[in-house]
Design a binder for this molecule. Structure first.
Ligand SMILES: [Zn+2]
Length: 367
């Protein structure tokens, strides 16, 4: 692929910033680590773009916000938390080898942040651009959603710097996703002496798991997957409690409602058992219509780049659900998100940064 227009970016400088960010470990929910990480992100932004990056405190850790001034036209959206616990860096230090950069968070999504900042730095005029880097994307964005939505509505267009889909494709649609926790309460009794006096929460859970799995409708993109279960205490006690955790993905608002209603309507099979449900589809689906316009711009800049609808959710789901044009997967080209084999393809960094610069100009031109 070749860009219609090239901008000057320095890959060595990008790798230097990537190293800085990777070497500050930033697991979600670790407020001390996230505070250090937010400062590092702010320093990289200020160092390359000038101005002031403000650190916005939240219960989930500090977010970083920067504005290029002028009327806001486009929001760069990313996160600085990672799924990797402290100590991962020691096992898997930042490295550049055989054309791949590796280390915790290179692909999801520190590489994307670096490309975004350097792409924008290549433009003399940075007005109209805001950058928001949140602290809790990997754990549901409860401490950042309101701010994300506010800035997305103010800007009117959102570029999300999550890692690219396979082969560098942009993410043009995302399923809505959520987690349900189904808790079954029965009654304990001696499994040998009087099992009939108990209400077996584990047997009830087995019925519920089958009912829940039957809610899936893969033909319309809905998956309902029981993922974690626990029950019981001792081998001679009828279990009084069981818990089933379920991962849900949907492609449409109608399916979100259907599945949520079905969970609310789960009823016990055993007399006396009680079923309680918590959770919901927290991230609404990001329909492909939300990315149509921005994806067309990207294709003009980088003919041949593909777009793909994917199952995983991101903060782009929130902004797309508000009706704000949103394009995702603009970040690193690579793979292995959330895994030890996570990597970023160094040779793609300059092109992705140039794509960012081109998109900013195109959006500001209103073309
Ligand atoms: Zn991510």
């Amino acid at each position: 692929m070749t860009m219609h227009r090239t901008v000057q970016v320095n890959v060595d400088a990008m790798l230097e910033d990537l190293r800085t960010l990777v070497e500050v470990e930033s697991p979600s929910r670790d407020l001390d680590a996230l505070a250090v990480s937010a400062k590092a992100v702010a320093a990289v932004i200020e160092g390359r773009l000038g101005g002031r990056a403000s650190v916005v405190e939240s219960a989930a850790g500090p977010h970083v916000h920067w504005s290029g001034g002028g009327e806001p036209r486009v929001l760069f959206l990313g996160h600085h938390d990672t799924v990797f616990p402290l100590g991962t860096l020691e096992r898997r230090p930042f490295r550049v080898e055989d054309g791949h950069a590796t280390g915790p968070g290179v692909f999801d999504m520190l590489g994307g942040l670096v490309q975004a900042v350097h792409g924008l730095a290549a433009l003399e005029d940075r007005s109209g651009v805001e950058i928001l880097v949140t602290a809790d994307e990997e754990v549901g964005s409860h401490g950042s959603r309101a701010l994300i939505e506010e800035r997305a509505l103010a800007c009117g267009a959102v570029l999300v710097f999550e890692g690219a889909a396979d082969g560098g494709a942009l993410k043009t649609g995302r399923k809505g996703c959520g987690t349900f926790e189904v808790r079954i309460t029965g009654r304990a009794s001696h499994a040998g002496l009087e099992p009939e006096a108990g209400i077996n929460a584990l047997v009830e859970a087995a019925h519920q798991v089958l009912d829940i799995a039957a809610l899936a409708r893969p033909e319309v993109g809905t998956t309902v997957t029981p993922t974690v279960a626990s029950a019981g205490t001792l081998d001679n006690v009828v279990p009084a409690e069981a818990v089933v955790v379920v991962d849900v993905r949907v492609e449409s608002a109608a399916e979100k409602e259907r599945v949520e209603a079905a969970f609310a309507g789960l009823t016990p099979h055993l007399p006396g058992a009680v079923v309680t449900v918590r959770g919901g589809v927290g991230r609404p689906p990001m329909p492909e219509s939300a990315s149509d316009g921005l994806f067309a711009l990207a294709r003009r800049l980088l003919p041949g780049i593909e777009g793909r609808a994917v199952g995983g959710g991101s903060d782009g789901n929130f902004t797309a659900a508000l009706g704000v044009p949103t394009l995702d997967g603009l970040g690193a080209v690579g793979g292995g998100a959330h895994a030890d084999h996570e990597y970023l393809v160094v040779s793609s960094m300059a092109e992705r940064a140039a794509l960012v610069a081109g998109l900013v100009e195109a959006i500001r031109d209103g073309s």
